[in-house]
Write a protein that binds this ligand. Structure first.
Ligand code: COA
Length: 247
């Protein structure tokens, strides 16, 4: 069974995480499938908008913890998440996320690199890194304080306190929080409107907005992942990750 479902309809490429039995945790296969699907959508002239969503009641439980413990066949453990985040950033086509349920770890961080994010009122963003002996990633140490201020960022990124969809919308981390039964229709409406706009005008505008975030963000994302990679080898992370898999 494929862990990423893909459909192309009315110029909208819909990508659905399909690993609900593991709460859509990202293993290497899912990272590669999503990264490659976004890259392919980016160069496909039939695609104007990418819609990202997930099966089941949990948007994503973040990085697959068993994968983090396994020795990678090649490269570093953090290569797949970094490549996914860089791909989201580099993509020319707009990316719209539809979130239902918890978005944990990279499942939350990746939303910072989408263009529009709508969440159901049963959703929350959780950044559990510090309790796992790890550190925040994906530019979140810059992007979240910019939007929400230092104290809220600290609460979510260091204390690991859950950020409800309502709080996320109030701070501008996401666009809106909707009753679950309205989420699908709202996102369909938005992607349809985006797909009807002139594609070059949309892509040029996205590019300008990405450039405005600056090269500094790319450098920060690399630095966060370098630290993350070294922390993964540490005793605190090994203990916490092993505790999860042997629950
Ligand atoms: N990696 C690997 N497997 C995961 C996972 C992850 N990040 N998150 C959940 N799973 C698996 C569980 O091991 C379980 O598998 P099993 O049925 O084979 O035992 C299955 O998904 C369901 O998990 P469960 O915890 O029972 O689901 P839940 O709905 O009660 O809770 C979460 C969902 C996301 C709150 C919870 O699973 C969780 O906290 N996961 C860890 C999240 C995390 O720390 N991610 C950050 C990694 S950096």
């Amino acid at each position: 069974m494929t862990t990423l479902l893909q459909t192309l309809d009315e110029r909208v490429l819909q990508l659905t995480l399909n690993r609900a039995d593991k709460r859509n945790a990202f293993d290497r296969e899912l990272y590669a499938a999503l990264t490659e699907a976004i890259q392919a959508g980016d160069i496909d002239p039939e695609v104007r908008v990418i819609r990202l969503m997930a099966e089941g009641g949990c948007f994503s439980a973040g990085n697959d913890i068993a994968d983090f413990l396994a020795e990678p066949e090649q490269g570093r453990r953090t290569d797949p998440p970094l490549k996914l985040l860089q791909t989201l950033r580099a993509c020319r086509k707009p990316i719209v996320a539809q979130v239902h349920g918890k978005a944990v770890g990279i499942g939350a961080t990746l939303l910072l690199h989408c263009d529009l994010v709508y969440a159901s009122d049963e959703s929350a963003l959780v950044f559990p890194f510090v309790a796992l002996g790890l550190c925040p990633e994906g530019g979140s140490t810059q992007l979240i304080p910019q939007l929400a201020g230092h104290v809220k960022a600290f609460e979510w990124l260091v204390l690991g306190q859950s950020c409800s969809a309502r709080e996320a919308a109030q701070c501008g981390l996401i666009n809106a929080v909707l009753p679950v039964e309205q989420l699908e229709a709202q996102v369909t409406n938005v992607v349809t409107r985006l797909a009807a706009l002139d594609p070059q005008a949309v892509q040029n505008s996205r590019r300008r907005l990405q450039l405005a975030a600056g090269k500094q963000l790319d450098v920060l994302m690399q630095a966060e992942m370098d630290l993350f990679e070294s922390l993964l080898e540490g005793e605190a992370a090994q203990q916490a990750l092993n505790a999860f898999v042997s629950r």
